[in-house]
Design a protein around this ligand. Sequence first.
Ligand code: ADP
Ligand code: MG
Length: 246
Amino acid sequence: MPILQAKNLTLGYNEQPILRNLSFEVRSGSVFIIMGGSGCGKSTLLKAFLGLVKPLSGDVFFKNTNFTQASALQQQAILRRCGVLYQSGALWSTMTLLENVALPLQLHTRLKAPVIRDLAAFKLSLVGLAGFEDYYPASISGGMRKRAGIARAMALDPEILFLDEPSAGLDPMSSRRLDDLLMELQKHLGTTLVIVTHDLHSLLDIGQDSIFLDPLTQSILAQGAPRDLLAHSQDARIRKFLSRSV
Ligand SMILES: Nc1ncnc2c1ncn2[C@@H]1O[C@H](COP(=O)(O)OP(=O)(O)O)[C@@H](O)[C@H]1O
Ligand SMILES: [Mg+2]
């Protein structure tokens, strides 16, 4: 069963479409990659899933619920089940890593402070940051900051984790470690991952399904497992995009 579905989704700003009539579904528990060059509308699509951009037409479904047509209250309830790592990946610089991860738990649960501390520390250990609870974001590496951002996004045990350009700004080694971490999370926690990228690194390995967005036609140029697209796509643009990463 799909956990997330776009149905005839047209997105844009000021009534000007940038993506038209997109229809696709994300299977529950899968790793779904949204690919395409800079400016084609990947972040916009992600924002539409999060209710931050209102579709010009069409709908987003979470399971059987029409998210686009839902009330603000229903949307909030659905978003509680989603985690997000934004492109900027910003952590609160004046808070320690533990405090950053604890914040969503403080805001959205009634758990007591010691339980929240334990949970936050556990999430940090899941992303390989045990022992760094009291560090501030400025004193750790870019790769560690991304992982802390993932721990924060995972604080409320989301069913879906959205990641916008998670490996942007990371060296190839840190990027590879991040991909490994995402695979682990997906495998052990069953979290559905929706990952936006213009730069594949090793995502070919982890993506089970994908769409490739094309700014010229404002539509989906190709759809399928990235590996299959690389092996079989007749389209030179797709092969070029995918072969950069291997
Ligand atoms: N808030 C906005 N208002 C108007 N245009 C925007 C806004 N955000 C993005 N755009 C435009 O929409 C297009 C897609 O942007 P974006 O979704 O950020 O692309 P990507 O993430 O693929 O690089 C770009 O041409 C961008 O300039
Ligand atoms: Mg973007």
